[in-house]
Write a protein that binds this ligand. Structure first.
Ligand code: SF4
Length: 333
């Protein structure tokens, strides 16, 4: 699967970067518009919700200017702004959508040397063996099919004395990573959901089969792997659907994976903006907002009511204990 954009918007400055030149050459036949700033493209801001998917067929290329790390206390120590933001897929709950005409489409940043250099310096200075989350703003496996940035990153990170990199993905195109000498410094977390939910909600991502295969391949290639059951959506008959998923994982994952894979389980959050975009962009799709079981948590955001979350947590604790008794669940939120 290779994404070919219908249009490219780019900052002129990218012509001064190696990756910028490569991308301009690679997409030389795609119509282009020069922009001042990838953060503020007026034409995109004016688009209507129903044009959401069409808007995502564009590619924006620029230079990342803000490099502020955000502390994190889950798998990583810091969330790091890295080589992309946004995505060409369209999961109906994606939090990048919240600012959809600014963040939802794929933006690539060509100053990767500068960004990796900062990670390397930060890790060197720290006494702790830090882990950097480089994929919180986009899906790097998908991005890698366009830029080869993950291959480049892993190859240029492997000789650092300390530090680890991690990112989550909903894509299965991992083959270019399998032969890399990553030296055990990269933790790849693959996100899964029941097949029916993937098919009806996670548009444009890899299907469940492919993701499970990718997990087995990555483990075989020596990567540390994690599985995100995320986001858990309490659709009708959710218990049956998630139980089937857990059983399928137990059946299809290799013994090597099952030996030490860890889990993260995240319940879906949603927002008023999602409901608005989704009803206009995907008029025939299911409505993920369920007012019986969801409640507001301020600023137009929704989450599941406490009792629903408690029931969900108990369900996952019980069944994971049964099917994955030796694996750690890092958190359920
Ligand atoms: S794959 Fe990830 S980044 Fe892309 S739309 Fe889905 S949730 Fe958002």
């Amino acid at each position: 699967m290779m994404f070919t954009p219908h249009g490219i918007y780019y900052e002129k400055e990218i012509e001064n970067y190696e990756l910028g030149k490569v991308l301009l050459e690679k997409f030389k036949d795609v119509p282009k518009t020069i922009i001042d700033n990838h953060n503020n493209i007026e034409e995109m801001r004016k688009k209507e919700n129903k044009e959401f998917l069409k808007m995502k067929t564009n590619l924006i290329i620029g230079v990342r200017k803000t490099h502020k790390y955000q502390e994190n206390h889950k798998v990583s120590d810091y969330l790091v702004p890295y080589t992309s933001s946004g995505c060409v897929a369209a999961c109906m709950y994606c939090y990048l959508v919240c600012n959809y005409n600014k963040c939802a489409y794929l933006r690539l940043f060509v100053n990767r040397e500068e960004m990796l250099e900062k990670i390397l310096k930060t890790t060197e200075k720290s006494e702790k063996n830090l882990t950097f989350e480089i994929g919180s703003n986009s899906d790097l496996i998908l991005e890698n099919t366009i830029t080869n940035n993950l291959v480049w990153t892993i190859e240029n990170f492997k000789d650092s004395k300390k530090g680890r990199l991690t990112f989550p993905t909903k894509f299965a195109m991992v083959d270019s990573l399998l032969d890399l000498d990553h030296k055990g410094k990269v933790i790849i977390r693959v996100s899964v959901n029941p097949e029916e939910i993937i098919n009806n909600v996670e548009f444009g991502t890899s299907r469940l089969n492919g993701r499970i295969e990718a997990i087995n391949k990555l483990k075989e290639a020596g990567y540390e792997v994690g599985i995100l059951i995320a986001p858990v959506i309490f659709v009708e008959k959710w218990k049956d659907k998630y139980l089937e998923l857990i059983k399928r994982l137990e059946f299809d994952l290799s013994n090597k994976v099952k030996k030490d894979v860890f889990f993260e389980i995240i319940f879906m959050t949603y927002s008023y903006i999602h409901t608005k975009i989704n009803e206009e962009a995907f008029p025939n799709s299911i409505n993920l907002f369920d007012k019986e079981i969801m409640t507001g948590r301020g600023r137009g955001k929704y989450w599941y009511k406490e009792q629903v979350r408690k029931e969900g947590e108990a369900f996952f604790r019980d069944n994971m204990k049964k099917y994955f008794p030796n694996n750690v669940i890092i958190y359920i939120v």
